[in-house]
Ligand binder design. Structure first.
Ligand SMILES: CC(C)(COP(=O)(O)OP(=O)(O)OC[C@H]1O[C@@H](n2cnc3c(N)ncnc32)[C@H](O)[C@@H]1OP(=O)(O)O)[C@@H](O)C(=O)NCCC(=O)NCCS
Length: 395
């Protein structure tokens, strides 16, 4: 990091200056919105200062938990990276990212995600492209088929129900990797968040089985869009009943926009073959602390063995070096070693392995790994690849 750059958490009275720097990069109203000046429990905003105390750049840690391998794990994601135009190209962004990684390690995060505007910057800092968040449009009339197969009753949810749906959210999210876990102690609100007009809940003998949070939007002509901000279902019957409910808007909202749909069950219910992509936001992931990730993963119980692995990580020194990976009885451990590596891998490659985006052979093909001893490859293939990561939130 350039020696004259100092990085520290911004004070509340510096948030207006941070907003202005961010506005000059991303655009936005001249007057800061209240949320930009609020101190928030889930955001730590950092500033990079020169020797004379001038703010050169900023980046935010987005602190929350994501479901991974069946449990809610700390995740520290990155947002709002911006550098003053005159200070660009001098390593300010890289220094901010290095600082954030060290902080994220302190919070026991295994992985970190971000939505890039420029992948080259993050790729050179160890992130890799691991997935996409898609919002899709489906003609409302084409959802009508679900009406004939919709067995569950539906009830109208109140704003306070949104917090109460946590158990249902968790039931869906814990089968997948990457969905946000609700923040502890989230208070029930007496009004819906902006853009939400209603919550509809499908119930069965086991209680709440699925829900949609939706916003009606303006107008009722051919350009009217009903937006589904969130949809979750734990049975096909619940999913079908909710989709049938959406189809009832076909006379006044010809399009239903789904902001992000969990994989699996809903893909089997929605007519995705007629969906149009509304917006695709690709995201990148990075291993924050490989040892922590290895320790906290739920490893396949049937797999046991070990291999030596050399990791190249220029920004997070604690990941850099040679390690012994040992997996036994559903537990994994990573310890430093001096033995020759069987596999050498760039830290970007580890993110692709951990997020279910590539096998070891695919990393070798991309120049992100060298398989020095092929005997170790089958083990690594079995233990590192998870279900693909899916982020439904945007930050
Ligand atoms: C993108 C931005 C944050 C980069 O900041 P910076 O301080 O100039 O970046 P650095 O000097 O630390 O560059 C670090 C690395 O990223 C690369 N990089 C930086 N900006 C890049 C760009 N626009 N295109 C391609 N590579 C870029 C650098 O070449 C360098 O790579 P290297 O170490 O392999 O040589 C800055 O240009 C900016 O504020 N842009 C507008 C806002 C924005 O797009 N923010 C990103 C939001 S996700």
């Amino acid at each position: 990091m350039p020696s004259e750059i100092k990085i520290r958490e911004l004070k509340p009275e510096e948030l207006a200056e941070r907003y202005e720097l961010s506005r000059l990069a991303f655009g936005g109203p001249a007057e800061p919105p209240p949320s930009a000046l609020e101190v928030r429990a889930d955001r730590v905003r950092y500033g990079a200062f020169d020797g004379r105390g001038r703010l050169l750049g900023t980046a935010s840690e987005v602190v929350h938990h994501r479901w991974w391998d069946g449990s809610a794990r700390p995740a520290v994601d990155v947002g709002g990276v911006a550098v003053a135009p005159e200070a660009r190209g001098r390593g300010v962004a890289r220094a901010l990212l290095a600082h954030l990684l060290a902080e994220a390690r302190g919070r026991d995060a295994g992985l970190s995600f971000l939505y890039p505007t420029v992948s080259a910057l993050y790729r050179s800092a160890g992130w890799a492209m691991v997935g996409a968040r898609r919002s899709i449009d489906i003609p409302t009339a084409l959802l009508a088929d679900a009406r004939s197969r919709a067995p569950l009753s539906l009830r109208q949810g109140a704003p306070a129900d949104l917090a109460g749906l946590g158990a249902l959210r968790s039931a869906v999210a814990q089968l997948r990797n990457g969905i946000l876990a609700a923040a502890e102690g989230t208070a029930a609100s007496d009004s819906f968040p902006e853009g939400i007009d209603g919550v509809s809940i499908a119930t069965d003998d086991g209680g709440d089985a699925g829900f949609i949070a939706w916003g009606r939007g303006p107008g009722y002509h051919e350009d009217a869009v009903l937006t589904v901000a969130e949809i979750m279902a734990r049975t096909t019957e619940a999913a079908t009943s909710l989709v049938a409910l959406l189809s009832s808007w076909r006379s006044v909202a010809p399009t239903v926009r789904f902001i992000a749909v969990p994989s699996g069950l809903l893909s089997h219910v929605l007519p995705l073959e007629v969906a149009r992509e509304h917006r695709t936001s690709r995201f990148m992931g990075r291993v924050v602390d490989l040892a922590s990730l290895v320790r906290s993963r739920r490893w396949p119980a049937a797999v046991s063995g070990g291999c030596t692995i050399e990791v190249e990580d220029r920004l997070a020194s604690w990941n850099h070096g040679r390690f012994e990976l040992a997996v036994e009885g559903g537990r994994g451990e990573l310890t430093p070693t001096t033995r020759a590596p069987q596999i050498t891998v760039a830290v970007n490659g580890l993110a692709l392995l951990a997020c279910g985006s590539a096998t070891p052979e695919m990393l070798a093909e991309a120049g992100l790994a060298s398989l020095d001893n092929p005997a170790a490859v089958p083990l690594l293939r079995q233990v590192m690849v998870s279900p693909p990561v899916e982020l439904l939130d945007y930050f």
